[in-house]
Design a binder for this molecule. Structure first.
Ligand code: ATR
Length: 290
C-alpha cells in the first residue's frame, strides 16, 4: 500500500456477519499493484445500522463499497440512483460514489455471465438451463441468462412458492424466455435433464464445513456436453461437481464469478482493471483455496 496520507481514499465492504471474506485481500493487492492511493476496509455493519452506515459513506466521501449478505436488497432504497439491471433484480452488490451521489450496480450478473462464457466455454443463446435455489444468487444467475438470450429456464427450489414467484418475475420481464418453476423433486427435474445444457446450483449445499453433504439434486442423468456450475467455491470440488465430473459433464465452481464481479467493481472505482490470474496466484499463496 502506498503510504496512507491526506489524499488516501476509502473503499470497503459491508455485510453482516462478514466472516472470512477474501475481498479485502484481493482489492488491497490490486490497489498496491496499480499503485493507487486507496485502502479497502471491511465494515461489519448490522442491519439496523445500514442507513446510518450508508449516510456515513456519503458524508465521509467513501469512494466505493461492495455489498454482501444481508444488505443487497435493503440498500437499494438508501441510494441516490440504481442502475437498470440492479433495479430489475432488486439487488446491489457494488456502490460507486459519483461526485457525492451514491449509485448502485450489480456486478454479479456480468460476473456470472463472464464465468460461464470465458471459463465454461458456454454460449447462452438458445440453450436450456436448470437453476436450483431461488434466493439472491439465483436472481443474479437467472437475470444473466435471460439477458444473454437463453431459451428455457427451469427453476427448482425447496420452497416451491419462492421458485414460482421468481419464475413469474423473469417471465414478465423476459417474455421471449420460457420459464417454469417446479419442486425440488426428482419427478419434476429428472425427466428434463436429458435436454438440459446448463445446471446451476445456487444453494449453499456442500459448502464448508458441510463438505460431505450429498448433492442437492440427483446427478445420474448428468451427461457429457452439459455444464454444471456450483456457486460454492469452498471447497473447490463440492459433491455435486464431483458427481458431475464422474458423469462426463463440464464443471465450474463459483470462484471465477467472485473474482470477475470484484474486478468489475474495482474498475468502476479506480478505472484500472485487475487481472484475475494475479488474484488466483495470490489466493493460492495466501489461502487454502483453489
Ligand atoms: P443466496 O443469496 O446465496 O442465494 P439465500 O437468499 O439465502 O442465499 O438463498 C438460498 C437458497 O438456497 C434458497 O433458495 C434456499 O431454499 P429455500 O427458499 O427453500 O430456503 C436454498 N437452500 C438452502 N439450503 C438448502 C438445502 N439444504 N436444500 C435445498 N435448498 C437449500
Amino acid at each position: 500500500m502506498s503510504k496512507v496520507n491526506l489524499d488516501t481514499q476509502v473503499l470497503g465492504l459491508i455485510g453482516y456477519p462478514l466472516g472470512h471474506s477474501i475481498s479485502p485481500l484481493i482489492h488491497n493487492y490490486a490497489l498496491e499493484y496499480f499503485d493507487l492511493n486507496f485502502v479497502y476496509l471491511a465494515f461489519d455493519l448490522a442491519p439496523e445500522k445500514l442507513k446510518a452506515g450508508i449516510n456515513g459513506f456519503r458524508a465521509l466521501n467513501v469512494k466505493g463499497v461492495n455489498v454482501t449478505i444481508p444488505h443487497k436488497r435493503e440498500v437499494l432504497s438508501l441510494l441516490d440512483e440504481v442502475d437498470d439491471i440492479a433495479q430489475k433484480i432488486g439487488a446491489v452488490n457494488t456502490i460507486v460514489n459519483q461526485q457525492g451521489q451514491l449509485k448502485g450496480y450489480n456486478t454479479d450478473v456480468t460476473g456470472f455471465r463472464r464465468m460461464i462464457e470465458d471459463d465454461g466455454g458456454f454460449s447462452i443463446p438458445n440453450k436450456s438451463a436448470l437453476i436450483i435455489g431461488a434466493g439472491g444468487a439465483s436472481r443474479a444467475v437467472g437475470t444473466a441468462l435471460c439477458e444473454g438470450g437463453i431459451k428455457e429456464i427451469y427453476l427448482v427450489n425447496r420452497t416451491l412458492k419462492k421458485a414460482e414467484k421468481l419464475a413469474s418475475f423473469w417471465q414478465d420481464n423476459y417474455p421471449q424466455v420460457s420459464v417454469k418453476a417446479g419442486e425440488l423433486n426428482k419427478d419434476f427435474y429428472v425427466p428434463l435433464l436429458g435436454e438440459i445444457d446448463l445446471v446451476v446450483d445456487t444453494t449453499p449445499v456442500g459448502m464448508e464445513p458441510n463438505i460431505e453433504q450429498p448433492p442437492v439434486i440427483a446427478t445420474e442423468k448428468f451427461h457429457p456436453g452439459m455444464l454444471v456450475v456450483d456457486l460454492v467455491y469452498n471447497p473447490a470440488q463440492t459433491t455435486i461437481l464431483k458427481a458431475a465430473k464422474k458423469q462426463g459433464a463440464e464443471t465450474i465452481n463459483g470462484l471465477p464469478m467472485l473474482l470477475y464481479q470484484a474486478a468489475e467493481a474495482f474498475k468502476m472505482w479506480t478505472g484500472c482493471e485487475p487481472e484475475v490470474e494475479h488474484w488466483y496466484r495470490l489466493l493460492e499463496k495466501e489461502t487454502d483455496m483453489r
